[in-house]
Design a binder for this molecule. Sequence first.
Ligand code: ADP
Length: 587
Amino acid sequence: MLNAHGAPRLLPTTHLRKIAGLVWAERRLYLVGTFFVVVSIGTGLGYPQVVRLIIDQGVQAGHLHQLNQLALIMVGIVLVEAVATFVRDYCFNLGAERVAARLRRKVFDTLLVQDIEFFDSRDTGEITTRLSADVPLLQYVLGEELGDAIRFSVFALCGTGLLFYTSPQLTMLTLLAVPPIVIATSMLGRRVKALAADVQQAQADAGAAASEIVSGIRTVRAFSQEAAEGARYDREVARALEFARRKIVAAAELGGVSFIAGECAALLAIWIGGSLIVTGRLTTGALISFILYALLVARGFRNASRFSAESLRAAGATQWIFELLGRTAHIPPEGGEKPADLDGSIVFDAIRFRYPTRPEVEALKGIDLRIEPGEVVAVVGRSGAGKSTLLNLILRFYDPNEGRVLVGGRDVRELDPTWFRRDIATVLQEPTLFSRSVAENISYGVRGADDQQIAVAAGLACADEFIHRLPGGYATPIGDRGVQLSGGQRQRLAIARAVLRRPKILVLDEATSALDAELESVVQEALRALDYRPTTLIIAHRLSTVTCVDRVIVLDGGRVVEAGRHDQLIHTSTFYRQLVQTQLVAQ
Ligand code: ADP
């Protein structure tokens, strides 16, 4: 489950393995980067040794020539370190960018194949915000931060060895700083991780609110709800900010503890080391190099602990992503049979169905229905009767809880979903168009359709006359979801898009809005003009539609209550008569 506010539930090892897999895919960059990290470790560790030599053999021994030579070596070390840092940052940061891009693509591909049920329970805004906001946190820890962490971890370890070499007693004292850092990291780190997950979720909620408000801006404006919606977004942002504040406190506490522990150890070393020099048991150069190593070790531990906090934060934030990547859809997008001889028949065989997000309501309560190839059927019923649910099952957006849906005589569960959906075209009440050109919208889903075919489809849908009047004709962009077109124009494009597919099954969801009259004549003309007869299923809201179809199916409360021709039913069924009088709009 992709749950939100709780503590992380995924096993860190699975999570880690997936991250490691992504990094492995960019191993060339990371390996080159690591090589230069090793180079900079060498220079970093060599530096205090040279300082020691400068003081003991140059300054204190009074050898100017040696001092000059050692100073030149220092310059060399600094230059090598500069080059190594440059290459390391380049490799790690580019590697992290590539990992992030790969991860985004993977997450998006996984999203696209999720069941429709997945989208029923999530906001689009939440999904898109997460896609853009969660990945950068992981990218951050996999970039130069990772290079630094490797470097400082090695510093911490090698530095400790060199400290022992320089002065074992002093080292034992300095290492007193390690246990508090380890304890603080593990305690506070866990808190940081859980809070990071909360921050991301809260930001995703804010994103969801924003996208809902922006996409519904016309309604917001019409109801003068700008201030209320602004306040709603403010609340969401404030909530995210509060979680972020708590996370920052936890992370800062972690940094503070490491800092104090590290500095105390260095001060202790200066104090004890000073007394060792006074008693003649340590040279000044050795103490200075010891202090430089001690600072290096302290920095190493501090950096490693900060990095581990950042990693935990990234792990918390990307938990959603990795849970999503681990999800497999119940209805796979591909795979299954592709029989060549499917006809356009549709059968509902003892179908019972509840929406997964609303299990308490049985949307379809035992539907038995057979629609012959080429038949034109209207489904009527009150709102909530289950009409749209029938369409959802034909398209296999969901699987029924009981019974079978057969398309072309075959159980849809046996068929390759992507393949059989190609034979079905839908025109919905509110057709979804994309922010592309007119031609691209018409040829949506029909790969390789040429201009001629697109123009013919547009002609059938009576869309060509308004397309020609557009400034760029078929190349005109139609704006986000087709906002630059009228409702009737959008529907005509949707009809053209459906007709271009030459579907065996055509599904039309009529609207009760004012565009109906326009749509109706257009659809009927388009259907008459086709050189074949697709099986046509219409969710009908108008009397004029039901009077001219082969059969009317009357649904009520998830059951088929009547079926027959309109002129029969109007005489035989009181329920139908009432429905016609109250629900169907006469044209
Ligand atoms: P109609 O198209 O006849 O108006 P629907 O088929 O849309 O009716 O709805 C049938 C029942 O299923 C209703 O109770 C409705 O609330 C419910 N329903 C429809 N779509 C969903 C969904 N995506 N998730 C949960 N419940 C749904």
